[in-house]
Design a protein around this ligand. Structure first.
Ligand code: MG
Length: 372
């Protein structure tokens, strides 16, 4: 089997309402997503998506994804899409780094691999379930930065949709307000529900240490500061478990985090790491180390969400926290009704072979590039 064609589409994914992170420092309205279809000479096709969640969240942007694919894709033509580690080696030689550009291609190759194997990706990635049905994965809400009242209202709305785990985006310029906000949200949290406070790197280490030693919450705190070393300094001096996200790009970053005791858990995001191949490697490391992980993607439609729910469903319960579904926030649905969707607080990966999501090409429009 050989790759005969790689087709690329761009689609803006407008949010149903503006979304703010990091005390309002970062605003998101319309993420730029890239969809990829790999066709093989034996008629099987695979789909992938890469959506950097705007251009202020990570050092990545939508046009950069497509520029990277333009450099990489010609080198993949005529290779066997089932040899995914080899594909990754070729991608790494052709363009070092740039994991966001490799992610959609890697996911599309996994989609073909699963279709050839006749198994859904959660099974290809090692998952099992007592009755062979797809295991449901707990999902978490994502609560945009706002006043405590606004954020509590969003948590209550998410609770009504079945979410029992929430990711509250905090971290402003006044530590006293951050302390009040965390205490207010903790006090208002419905019984039986949990919250992660995601700072999205807004704090200086001294601010993080001051705030986190002043609040009552002992829930997870995510990415308090910009760098791994800053987060490690905080982790050693606060009572909450620390989750790392934006500063984790390579396997070396994860090894450094372990060596420095910088966290007790990580976000595993295929688009940040380079696809399902790298996400699986990090997941396996996390299981070995005893980390607890949120496995989800950086952003995107139900296609990207589903690509991340597959490895989440294949991860031991003890090492898996809830997964975010970005498509819950979108005003468009280019894979209508398909894939992993919130069903009273859980999402179940498809049982069809491969990824189990095929976007509506009419909605994607005219391809931006075709490589063959
Ligand atoms: Mg985060």
């Amino acid at each position: 089997m050989r790759i005969s064609r790689i087709t690329v589409w761009q689609m803006d994914l407008p949010l149903s309402q503006p979304y703010f992170l990091s005390g309002g420092r970062l605003r998101f309205d319309r993420p730029d997503s890239t969809f990829v279809r790999i066709d093989s000479d034996e008629g099987l096709s695979g789909w992938g998506e890469a959506c950097p969640w705007g251009h202020t969240y990570l050092p990545v942007h939508g046009p950069g994804v497509r520029a990277g694919i333009a450099t990489i894709a010609p080198a993949l033509i005529r290779l066997d899409p089932r040899g995914i580690d080899h594909l990754n080696a070729v991608m790494d030689v052709t363009l070092p780094g740039h994991p966001h550009a490799k992610s959609a291609l890697d996911i599309a190759a996994w989609d073909i691999f699963g279709k050839v194997a006749g198994m859904p990706l959660w099974q290809c990635l090692g998952g099992g379930h007592a009755d062979d049905s797809a295991p449901p994965v707990a999902v978490n809400s994502s609560i945009s930065t706002g006043t405590p009242e606004e954020m509590i209202a969003l948590i209550r709305a998410a609770s009504a949709d079945g979410y029992r785990t929430h990711s509250a985006k905090i971290g402003g310029s006044d530590p006293r307000l951050d302390i009040d906000q965390m205490n207010d949200i903790s006090a208002a949290l419905p019984a039986g529900e949990t919250v992660t406070f995601d700072v999205n790197r807004a704090w200086q280490p001294g601010t993080a240490i001051r705030v986190l030693n002043s609040v009552t919450s002992r829930d997870w705190v995510e990415q308090p500061c910009e760098t791994l070393d800053q987060c490690a300094a905080v982790a050693a001096r606060v009572p909450q478990p620390i989750m790392l996200d934006e500063c984790m790009h390579t396997m070396q970053d994860h090894l450094d985090a372990w060596r420095h005791g910088a966290c007790q858990g990580v976000k595993v995001k295929p688009n940040r790491l380079g696809g399902l191949t790298r996400a699986r490697q990090v997941r396996d490391l996390g299981v070995a180390l005893g980390w607890q992980m949120h496995i989800e993607d950086v952003g995107g439609s139900a296609l990207a969400d589903t690509a991340a729910i597959h490895p989440a469903a294949a991860t031991p319960d003890a090492n898996r926290l809830a997964s975010w579904l970005c498509h819950y926030h979108l005003a468009v649905d280019p894979a209508p009704g398909q894939g992993a969707r919130n069903d009273r607080g859980h999402a179940t990966p498809p049982s069809a072979p491969g990824l189990g999501v095929t976007p509506n090409e009419d909605m994607l429009g005219t391809p931006t590039a075709i490589y063959e």
